[in-house]
Design a protein around this ligand. Structure first.
Ligand SMILES: CC(C)(COP(=O)(O)OP(=O)(O)OC[C@H]1O[C@@H](n2cnc3c(N)ncnc32)[C@H](O)[C@@H]1OP(=O)(O)O)[C@@H](O)C(=O)NCCC(=O)NCCS
Length: 324
């Protein structure tokens, strides 16, 4: 039995926040943010719109594009750093409730911006072991609520949104997820963190940006080299390189190190900013909805985030090409 990604969906909040919004409130400029990050706009969820609401919207789309109903799903995994509740109940349980599903295994994954790739890896293991048939994986973030708007070094970087995918069992090897590699180094926890309850600090995200930048470029590059070599692939075998969207300068450096050309690279950071665990599924959804992602295309996902965590995946898109 193999696991395959058979559909993708996303939810993007309507409100667009420009760089000028930050320039009007703190000591920064549109030029600085654009030049150092590549970000022009990010989306902001409504006040009462939680990670579970956005995740449920993305999930509805992914489930309908898989030609399924929620009753066909037998497990829900949600990756998030901005859950509705502190540790319990999980956002996955709330998403299940919002989708009208009871009696289902549902849990969250804490792997920061690598969360979607970690969720993919868990879904694949459950399916390949024969335990589950159709797993809904979600990355959903109300990340702007974790921002300290007195800290100009971090608050312009993040945005809100959600992405979801259905991972299903198949006996067709051509549809299978080819490989996934997930890893971490807790020794680098201080580069990127949100203080916990009991720390005496506010629950705002903190990042040592410059150090994180360097580790991100190195790790994302090495991760791709490893997974390609392990599977006897080269960059030419990849149709779409989908890196975690944190900073355009990181994507440019990694893309150049690996020799991907522009037609292979998927870039959304300019319009959505960093949406953490939602960044990769939102980016896949973008190329799906534009008609660029076709059935059978090979995707290479490459993520990096707090933990530190990182992960890469090679898979063939087993969903139907969208009718344009
Ligand atoms: C955060 C980031 C954009 C900062 O860019 P940078 O080129 O590394 O800039 P630095 O942190 O070295 O700061 C340079 C200067 O700009 C200033 N600065 C920081 N944020 C600023 C802002 N929004 N506007 C204006 N100036 C700013 C700093 O205070 C610093 O000033 P100083 O030289 O007087 O001390 C970049 O480091 C980054 O993207 N890091 C990694 C992000 C990432 O990968 N995150 C997550 C993984 S999920």
């Amino acid at each position: 039995m193999y696991a395959s990604l058979i559909s993708i969906g996303a939810y993007v909040p309507n409100e667009i926040r420009t760089n000028q919004w930050f320039a009007d409130r703190m000591d920064t400029t549109d030029e600085w943010i654009t030049k150092r990050t590549g970000i022009s706009t990010r989306r902001i969820s409504k006040k009462d719109e939680l990670a579970s609401d956005m995740g449920a919207e993305a999930s509805r789309l992914a489930i309908s594009r898989a030609n399924m109903t929620i009753d066909d799903i037998d497990m829900i995994i949600c990756a998030t750093i901005s859950p509705d509740y502190y540790c319990m109940p999980s956002t996955a349980c709330v998403i299940a409730d919002k989708l009208g599903r009871k009696n289902i295994m549902a849990m969250d994954i804490s792997a920061a911006c690598t969360g979607f790739v970690y969720a993919l890896s868990v879904a694949r293991a459950f399916i390949e072991s024969g335990t589950k048939q159709n797993v809904l994986i979600v990355g959903s973030e109300k990340a702007t609520q974790l921002m300290d708007y007195d800290d100009r070094t971090i608050c312009p970087l993040f945005g809100d949104g959600a992405g979801a995918a259905v991972i299903s069992a198949t006996d067709d090897k051509t549809d299978a997820i080819v490989d996934i590699n997930c890893s971490s180094d807790g020794g680098l926890q201080e580069l990127l963190l949100t203080p916990g309850i009991g720390s005496g600090e506010k629950q705002y995200m903190q990042m040592k940006g410059n150090e994180t930048f360097k580790v991100a470029v190195r790790t994302l590059t090495n991760d791709v080299k490893m997974i390609l070599a392990k599977n006897n692939l080269t960059t030419k075998d990849i149709d779409h390189f989908v890196p975690h969207q944190a900073n355009y300068r990181i994507l440019k450096a990694v893309g150049e190190n690996l020799g991907f050309d522009d037609s292979q690279k998927v870039i959304t950071v300019h319009k959505y900013g960093n949406t953490s665990s939602a960044s990769i599924p939102m980016a896949i959804n973008d190329i799906y909805e534009s008609g660029r992602l076709k059935q059978g295309d090979t995707l290479l996902l490459d993520a990096f985030g707090g933990g530190l965590t990182w992960g890469s995946a090679v898979l063939n898109f087993a969903g139907k090409t969208i009718d344009k």
